[in-house]
Write a protein that binds this ligand. Structure first.
Ligand SMILES: [Mg+2]
Length: 120
């Protein structure tokens, strides 16, 4: 089993090895735009998950096309894509995701039931 920190390093390194972090900006408007694009791509993976449901695939089903049998498809695979993009984003921006997840879970545990009456 891998920790979130280990998965973050793997996701970032794999992305870097494939050239996705070559010559990227490190500051200013260009970095802001790059990060906005990365967040948009996280949204796109959620949209792909929604499309899987819309065409009638079971929420927990992983399937494979015969033309590309090594590539998992389905909602679980799209959820993995979302997390991988989040991990890569955090790796690229020096965010310790594992640490902030723990901090947020601790904070949420301290909140009132239904977070003070919210419906969802
Ligand atoms: Mg995808």
């Amino acid at each position: 089993m891998s920790s979130i920190r280990e998965l973050q390093e793997r996701a970032y390194q794999q992305s870097a090895d494939k050239g996705f972090h070559d010559n990227e900006p490190t500051e200013g408007r260009a970095l802001l735009s790059l990060n906005a694009e990365r967040i948009a791509l996280m949204h796109s993976e959620l949209s792909e998950a929604l499309e899987e449901l819309r065409v009638g695939n079971h929420v927990a089903a992983t399937y494979y096309y015969t033309e590309k049998p090594e590539k998992p498809e389905g909602v679980p695979s799209e959820m993995a894509d979302v997390v991988i993009r989040v991990l890569d984003f955090c790796g690229a921006n020096g965010i310790d995701l594992e640490s902030i997840i723990t901090e947020k879970l601790d904070y949420n545990a301290s909140r009132t039931p239904m977070h003070g009456g919210k419906k969802f």
